[in-house]
Structures are given as C-alpha cells and as structure tokens.
Design a binder for this molecule. Structure first.
Ligand code: ADP
Ligand code: ADP
Ligand code: ZN
Length: 216
C-alpha cells in the first residue's frame, strides 16, 4: 500500500501515520522528521533546512525531492510506505508521480485529515515530542501520564522550535497557498479521501482504517 497523508500543520498526520505503521507494517516517511534529524546531526542538508524551518517556510523543492527519491528506493519501501508531509507543492507532487513511475509503483490512496485552521495553532503549540522515541503528545488533547515524560519509553519530551504562534501563522499561510491546491490534483486522480480530523485521535484512526480496509 502506497499511502499519502495530507493535512495542514498540526492536523494529526504524524499521529495517525504512526497508527498505520503499527497496523500495516509499512514505514512512515516524514520529510519533517528527516529534516529535523539532519539539523540535529549538523549535516549540510540540516544547515540548508534549518533556516527555512525556523521561518515556517518550505525547504526548496529540489532538496526535498532529492531526499524523498533516495528514501523511496530503499528496500523497506518494497511493500509500501506512508508519506507524511510530502508532497507540499505541485512541483513535489509531479516529481513524486515521476519517481513512483520509475519504480513501477502508484499511490494507492491519499488521506487528507481536515481540521479548520482555528484549531491548528492550539494543536501545534501544545505538541510535545519524545526525544528518545519520537512519540507525539499534546499537553491537553493527548497528555502523557506524567508531565513531560514519554509513556512508552520514559524519555524526556520537548517542544519543536517552530511550534510557536508566529511560525505557525507562516506555516498555515504556506499551506493555504502551496499545499492546499494538491487536493484538486489528487481528486482528479480519483484516489482522494477526506477524514474529519476534529474528532478524537482514536475516532480519526478508526475512520482511516475503514477507508483503507474498504479498498482491499
Ligand atoms: P502533524 O503531523 O499533522 O503536524 P501531529 O500528529 O504532530 O500533526 O499532531 C499535532 C498535535 O495535535 C499533537 O500534539 C497531537 O498530539 C495533537 N493531535 C493529533 N490528533 C489530534 C486529534 N484528533 N485531536 C486532538 N489533538 C490531536
Ligand atoms: P507540520 O506538518 O507540523 O508542519 P513537518 O514536520 O511536516 O511539520 O514539517 C516541518 C517543517 O519542515 C516545515 O515547516 C518545512 O520547513 C519543512 N518541510 C517538511 N516537509 C517538507 C516538504 N515536503 N517540502 C518542503 N519543506 C518541508
Ligand atoms: Zn518515548
């Protein structure tokens, strides 16, 4: 299954992708996670990505497309994958179609988690991530049992540098201008589903499973 998780910043893409990984045993490919890992490791890629990320702007298409092209060619993608946060521009979507063509693959389904923009800033600002295992929490909507400690591994939770109100406003406007138009691109391909992301996390997961299990 070749899946694409779409949605505005903070809509719940990463949270839901993790549930799909558990159920379908295919890898999650998050360009945001890849860029954060590169920033942490201080690589050339990280240096290029950091300024864009801090400003809430997109990393240039050529850089982003390059890392996805390499990642999709890896052996663990043979039985499928879940793209999370890529593509975000029409140029990225077109490049993805070409990359998959070259690999003899096609997208199975595009899952768009829809959340109205007024809810997204609160979601991002309350987001906390485990330094150790990457699990995602929310201080109010998905709180860990002990504040700032991961339920799964006891790791320490942190807040992303770009999860502040100013950067989020930029990210939301980038989403509106560059990413939202992809909805029409995938609707035209006939592989688009929309899920109401205002529901509790487990309800959203159940709806995603329903869409995907209905396709088999
Ligand atoms: P994205 O990957 O789309 O940016 P995340 O999955 O990281 O989004 O979720 C953003 C924040 O919102 C996290 O703190 C997460 O715990 C929380 N969250 C995710 N899904 C829901 C939901 N259905 N209801 C309330 N909060 C949610
Ligand atoms: P969110 O979905 O919460 O906005 P991500 O972790 O997906 O967060 O992305 C964080 C940042 O990484 C983005 O604001 C952007 O700077 C960069 N980024 C991630 N994916 C892409 C992409 N496909 N194209 C360009 N930049 C990206
Ligand atoms: Zn953890």
């Amino acid at each position: 299954m070749q899946l694409l998780m779409m949605g505005a910043p903070g809509a719940g893409k990463g949270t839901q992708a993790a549930k799909l990984v558990d159920k379908y045993k295919i890898p999650q490919i998050s360009t945001g996670d890849m860029f954060r890992a590169a920033v942490k490791d201080g690589t050339e890629l990280g240096k290029r990505a950091k300024a864009c990320m801090d400003a809430g702007q997109l990393v240039p298409d050529d850089v982003t497309i390059g890392i996805v092209r390499e990642r999709l060619a890896k052996a663990d993608c043979a039985n499928g994958f879940i793209l999370d946060g890529f593509p975000r521009t029409l140029a990225q979507a077109e490049a993805l179609t070409k990359i998959l063509d070259e690999l003899g693959k096609k997208l199975t389904q595009v899952l768009n988690i829809h959340v109205p923009s007024e809810d997204l800033i609160e979601r991002a600002i309350g987001r906390r991530i485990c330094k150790n295992c990457g699990a995602t929490y929310h201080v109010k909507f998905n709180a860990p049992k002990v504040a700032d400690v991961c339920d799964a591994c006891n790791g320490e939770l942190f807040q992303r540098a770009d999860d502040n109100e100013t950067t989020m406003k930029n990210r939301l406007s980038v989403y509106e201008n560059s990413t939202r138009p992809l909805i029409d691109y995938y609707k035209a391909e006939g592989i688009y589903s929309e899920i109401d992301g205002r529901q509790p996390i487990d309800k959203v997961t159940a709806e995603l499973f329903k869409v995907l299990d209905g396709m088999k």
